[in-house]
Design a protein around this ligand. Structure first.
Ligand code: FPP
Length: 239
C-alpha cells in the first residue's frame, strides 16, 4: 500500500445499478449495461491518474447466468465488442487486462476475445485491470481447495503444511495483492460473493450512484473516503 499518500494500491468495484438505471428511463436492461461502459473508461482514467496499480471489476457473476437469455446474450456481445474496441486505448494507457473466474463456461467467441485482449495488453505496466467474469468467491475457493486436495492426495503437500498463504496462492487472484478498497454502487450494502477471502481487511464504500452515472469524480471521491479511513489490520493505532 502507498500509505504515505493514502492511495489504495488495489481498488475493486461491484458495478451495480445498470438495470435500475435503464428501468428508470423506460429502456431495456441491456441498454443499462451498455451505458456501463463509459464509467469503466472513467474509472480507468481516474485510477491511472491517481497511481492506483490494480483495478478489479465485477462484470459477470456465476449467478448472472440465471438472468433472461436475451440479457445474458447482450452482456456477452458487450464484452466481445468492448474488449475489441478498447484495446488501442488500453495499450496506450499502459493497462494490462487479466481475468479471474471460470472461463470454461463461455462460448469460444467470448473466450477468444478475452484471450486476445490479455495477449495484446500483456506488456502494460501502469495498471492491471482484472475482470471478474463468471466469477464467484465461493466457486473460486472451492476450486482452490480442490487443487490443494489434489496436491495432498499426490503426496506433494502435507495437510499440516497448508497455511493461509497456501490458499491465497491457489486462488485466481494469486498474482495480485488483496484489495484495499471495495466500492459497490447503487446503495446496496453487501459483497454478493465477491472477493470474500481477499476482502478480509478491505475498506468498503457504498455510494448511492447507479453504475451508469458513476464518473471520474466519483472515483476520486472513493479515494478521498479511503484516505480518511483508519486502517489498523487488527493492531493498535501508531502513537
Ligand atoms: C449489475 O447491474 C451489472 C452487471 C451484471 C453487468 C456489469 C457489466 C458492465 C457494466 C459492462 C462492463 C464491461 C466490461 C468488459 C468491464 P444490475 O443489472 O444487477 O443492476 P440492477 O441491480 O439495477 O438490476
Amino acid at each position: 500500500m502507498s500509505e504515505q499518500k493514502r492511495i489504495p494500491q488495489h481498488v475493486a468495484i461491484i458495478m451495480d445499478g445498470n438495470g435500475r438505471w435503464a428501468e428508470l428511463r423506460g429502456k431495456d436492461r441491456s441498454e443499462g449495461h451498455a451505458a456501463g461502459i463509459e464509467p469503466v473508461r472513467a474509472s480507468l482514467r481516474a485510477a491511472v491518474r491517481n497511481g492506483v496499480r490494480y483495478l478489479t471489476l465485477y462484470a459477470f457473476s456465476t449467478e448472472n447466468w440465471g438472468r433472461p437469455a436475451a440479457e445474458v446474450d447482450a452482456l456477452m456481445e458487450l464484452f466481445c465488442q468492448c474488449v475489441a474496441n478498447e484495446a488501442p486505448e488500453l495499450i496506450r494507457q499502459g493497462v494490462r487486462v487479466c481475468m479471474i473466474g471460470d472461463r470454461s463456461r463461455f462460448s469460444e467467441k467470448v473466450r477468444s476475445a478475452l484471450e486476445s485482449i490479455e495477449k495484446q495488453t500483456a506488456d502494460g505496466k501502469v495498471l492491471t485491470l482484472i475482470l471478474a467474469l463468471n466469477y464467484s468467491s465461493r466457486s473460486e475457493i472451492t476450486r482452490a481447495v480442490q487443487q490443494i486436495a489434489r496436491r495432498v492426495a499426490a503426496g506433494e503437500l502435507a495437510p499440516e503444511a497448508i497455511t493461509e498463504q497456501t490458499l491465497s496462492e491457489s486462488l485466481d487472484t494469486a498474482p495480485w495483492p488483496d484489495p484495499d478498497l471495495i466500492v459497490r454502487t447503487s446503495g446496496e450494502q453487501r459483497l454478493s460473493n465477491f472477493l470474500l477471502w481477499q476482502a478480509s481487511y478491505a475498506e468498503l464504500w457504498f455510494p448511492e450512484v447507479l453504475w451508469p452515472d458513476f464518473t471520474e469524480r466519483d472515483f476520486d471521491r472513493a479515494l478521498e473516503e479511503y484516505a480518511r479511513r483508519d486502517r489498523r489490520f487488527g493492531l493498535v493505532k501508531d502513537k
